[in-house]
Design a protein around this ligand. Structure first.
Ligand code: TRP
Length: 347
């Protein structure tokens, strides 16, 4: 106990199964294990605007889409405060004071920001808001005194930077803020699920995603178009299971009873892999199996999502309640921050 868990994501598009295995699945597990005092989840819409300022509608629409994804995967508003970042102005105020505790040179060294600047072609004209978003992310984390932050690997530099700002704050103004640790998914495949084309990353811009909202037919089509082993041409040919997307996904999604249910002639994944490597096992068969396994996992999520989609009032109510609680907690932290600095003039 004594744990405060916080996590969130930029609402820039509907979530895919890479998000699911990389964070959604584990955040629902954490929620249900109950080993925490309070848990927060949020739509980082203000952060998403730092590189989408000219497309606010996209962000607004995706706050709803991403909320559907999270709730459909099992996030329970009775256990988790789910809030909208821009509706908690205390975060912006904290950011302003934290800005003083970090140098431009240090922000330039942040590897994630560096990569994103390159990706977006910002080199010569970085919006200041985008450049400083790690500082605002520090506000997100510290406002709730979170000590556990479940995230993807790409967020490690953000957490490192947040800890540095916390240490600086505490040493200059006195012990006030809490240092947080990242919590990463266990396996390499979960941390970064490959795309259906075999690309190292599943991403919207590469068009290689399976979305949580995809229909049964879309999922099936995508599974049957998956990259396997290009040298495995005839069924008799020996095949490679490394860098073979179907096997990578099977590693991530197969459950104890999957073989019994859908492919009883094999005992487990090792046996299936051995047969594939030996030769004599065709791609159609492993794809059909993966499709069965995936559909079983995604069906209940899709159905719950469709139900929630018909009830936007409920979804916004959840976010409003979560935001109310978030403001309470962030307000307390802001008060103690201002006291620590000595900018509390009227009380
Ligand atoms: N940067 C995260 C993303 O791109 C979103 C985020 C913003 C976040 N603030 C955070 C994640 C605080 C964890 C903690 O998805």
């Amino acid at each position: 106990m004594g744990n405060i868990i916080l996590t969130g994501e930029r609402p820039t598009g509907p979530l895919h199964i890479g998000h699911y295995v990389g964070s959604l699945r584990s955040r629902v597990k954490l929620q249900n294990e109950g080993n925490y005092d309070e848990m927060f989840l949020f739509a980082a819409d203000a952060q998403a605007l730092t590189d989408n300022f000219d497309n606010p509608k996209k962000i607004r629409d995706n706050v709803f889409e991403v909320a559907l994804d999270n709730l459909a995967c099992g996030i329970d508003p009775k256990k988790v405060n789910y809030f909208i970042q821009s509706e908690v102005p205390e975060l912006t105020e904290l950011t302003f004071y934290y800005m003083n505790l970090v140098t431009v040179a240090r922000l330039h060294r942040n590897p994630t920001v560096k990569e994103e600047i390159k990706l977006r072609g910002f080199e010569e004209s970085i919006p200041a808001g985008f450049f400083t978003y790690p500082v605002s992310q520090t506000a997100d984390i510290t406002a709730f005194k979170a000590n556990i932050v479940p995230v993807g690997e790409d967020q490690l530099p953000m957490l490192e930077q947040a800890r540095e700002i916390v240490r600086k704050f505490n040493s200059v103004y006195g012990d006030t803020l809490v240092e947080a640790e990242a919590l990463l998914p266990e396996s390499e495949n979960e941390r970064r699920l490959v795309g259906i084309d075999g690309n190292a990353k599943m991403s919207k811009s590469l068009g290689n995603c399976i979305y949580l909202k995809d229909s049964e037919e879309e999922v099936k089509k995508k599974v049957f178009s998956m990259y396997t082993d290009p040298n495995h041409i005839r069924i008799e040919d020996p095949g490679n299971v490394e860098k073979n997307v179907v096997f990578t996904y099977l590693d991530v999604f197969v459950k104890e009873d999957s073989f019994e249910k859908y492919l009883p002639e094999y005992k487990n994944l090792d046996e299936l892999k051995e047969h594939y490597m030996r030769g004599g096992l065709g791609d159609m068969k492993i794809k059909r199996f993966l499709n069965d396994v995936l559909q079983e996992e995604l069906r209940p999520i899709r159905e719950k999502r469709e139900e929630l989609e018909k009830n936007p009032e409920y979804v916004y109510k959840v976010l409003e309640e979560g935001t109310k609680r978030a403001r309470e907690v962030a307000g307390k932290t802001l008060k103690s921050v201002k006291e620590a600095i000595g900018i509390n003039y009227f009380n």
